[in-house]
Design a binder for this molecule. Structure first.
Ligand code: PBG
Length: 298
């Protein structure tokens, strides 16, 4: 059930801690592959890769570069034939110089339809490099249908889509944006991510994504959206995933670091609640710890 996020950066033999997420590191592709071996050995079921490219531009060109950083890491991990699902975060914000999830229109807003074309190219490139599953997270309207069509056209009918369907414009992504250097240069993501106050919109987004061909649905963040996880589980007959995001991890890690919480118990309780609410797959920065603790308890 557990999926570990990996931040892949250029170079080789490079390991760089993320200040706001104790224990989380940015890794070069060679070390990311080593980490995948360790995770598979612990019983973690999958890895989701985020790329930190050397250069960024207005279109986020690096995201669909067959020789890009994430593509390199996928090829290395696939070559190891590990019992581990390889998942790609399909977005542009880590690759655009403005930090938004799609190319910009003249008025500075994100151009939804231009983004669809780019996201389809990104997904195809990730599938070609060895991603079993692509996970579109840009929250552009129609992204699942556009990606499904492009994958099918290019002969990747077997590549599954894990749709970030219910994704709130959340304060809890803060540490991730430090890790991925992807904070928007201006404005915010409220134009395309959802208002946390609107639960019905979340369910409508999920319905649309299923209709467009999503194989699995993702709810994000997790603990602040347990109601939506439970509703999604009751309503849709596809696997439901939850993303316990960077801020959810950082809160527990920071309090545990000060001795204010028992980190192991708090993390276990939070992830148990996420599973109880309906998640069959949990993306979490604590995946390795949780897998280790589960083994100790067996
Ligand atoms: C890319 C993306 C983000 C996260 C996952 N994919 C950042 C964002 O939307 O701002 C956040 C994950 C986390 O906080 O751990 N769009």
């Amino acid at each position: 059930m557990l999926v570990a996020p990996l931040f892949v950066r250029p170079g080789s033999g490079v390991r760089e801690p993320v200040a706001s997420m104790p224990g989380v590191e940015r890794l070069s592709a060679d070390l990311a592959a080593e980490e995948a071996v360790r995770l598979a050995g612990l019983g973690v079921g999958g890895v989701i890769l985020f790329g930190l490219p050397e250069t960024k531009d207005a279109l986020g060109s690096g995201a669909s570069d067959d020789d890009g950083i994430v593509q390199d890491a996928f090829r290395r991990i696939r070559a190891l034939e590990l019992p581990l699902a390889t998942i790609a975060d399909t977005c542009l914000c880590e690759y655009t110089d403005h930090g938004h999830c799609g190319p910009l229109a003249h008025d500075g807003s994100v151009d939804n339809d231009a983004a669809l074309e780019r996201l389809a190219e990104v997904a195809v490139s990730q599938a070609r490099a060895g991603a079993d599953i692509v996970a579109p997270s840009a929250m552009m309207d129609g992204q699942v249908a556009a990606i499904r069509a492009a994958l099918d056209d290019e002969g990747f009918g077997q590549t599954a889509i894990l749709a970030y369907a219910s994704k709130h414009a959340s304060a809890f992504y803060g540490p991730f944006r430090e890790a991925a250097d992807s904070a928007p240069a201006f404005g915010d993501r409220r134009g395309y991510q959802m208002d946390p106050a609107n639960g019905r919109e979340a369910l409508r987004e999920m319905e649309l994504d299923v209709a467009e061909g999503a194989d699995m649905l993702l709810v994000k963040p997790a603990l602040p959206a347990l109601d939506l996880l439970a509703a999604a589980r009751a309503r849709f007959d596809v696997p439901i995933a939850a993303y316990q995001v960077s801020g959810e991890f950082a809160m527990i890690a920071a309090a545990a670091g000060r001795g204010w919480l028992d980190g192991r118990r708090a993390m276990t309780e939070a992830v148990t609640a996420i599973v109880r609410a309906g998640a069959g797959i949990v993306i979490t920065y604590a995946a390795a710890d949780l897998a280790t603790w589960l083994r100790e308890e067996q």
